[in-house]
Write a protein that binds this ligand. Sequence first.
Ligand SMILES: [Zn+2]
Length: 268
Amino acid sequence: MTGLTVFICADIEGVSGFVDWAQEDEETERVRLAMTEDVNAAVEGVLSERDADVIVNDSHGGKRNVVIEELHPDAKLVRGGPRPRGMISGVEDADVGFQIGAHTRPGYGGVLEHTFSSSSMADVTLNGDPVGEVELNAMGMAAFGTPTALVTGDDRLRDELEAVLPESEYVVTKEARSMRAATCYPPARVRERISDAAARAVSEPIGEYPLGIETDGTVSATVRYHQADTAEKAALWPGIERKTSRKIGYESDDPLEVYSFLRAASKV
Ligand SMILES: [Zn+2]
């Protein structure tokens, strides 16, 4: 055991050079390696500053993207699914968390914007505010006492998170030009910045990384689907409220239950 445990939630849409899901078919190995290298940059930054245990969660699609042979040899990898707690599986004992390769919520104008399921979920709200995966993962991680200290993704996501993660480190990987186009920064430069930001994020003493989401008391969430029949099926589960033809809702005093509801809602 070391003094510090760092949790890294790794997605692909915000990775250097990634602008279209078609790349997963057309250049599978390249984009998987790019995702791995962005993660490695964060791991290297952490280890340049502190002796630490690092646990990486492969959070994208089938959750078998990170090239394990190329992953930093001092990092462990959570891969495969479905699994309890999804994108934050592995956070349980972490002191600090990162979200690498992240993306905006639907409607915010970022590259490949969506929340959990681009094909079924039109938007998600938390306590009435529209939110994306980063906010939800940050809430789930915070339930374990783990603050989100670093996020990487496009310039639109940086703006989306301004009020929610005001003190967290942020590295811009590309400037969004449309849903499937961006001005991409050179990966080597991006990775230098990720490494530097990761080192700052874990330098002693660990800073305060407040989360601008109210989780004391009841947390309420809604999901609006693209199709009414998806809401129809989702609302069959006890405890799920049908709000409108395409919208369902759920509330709980436990933010992890709300997180779990939203993950389940994406699987309908
Ligand atoms: Zn993804």
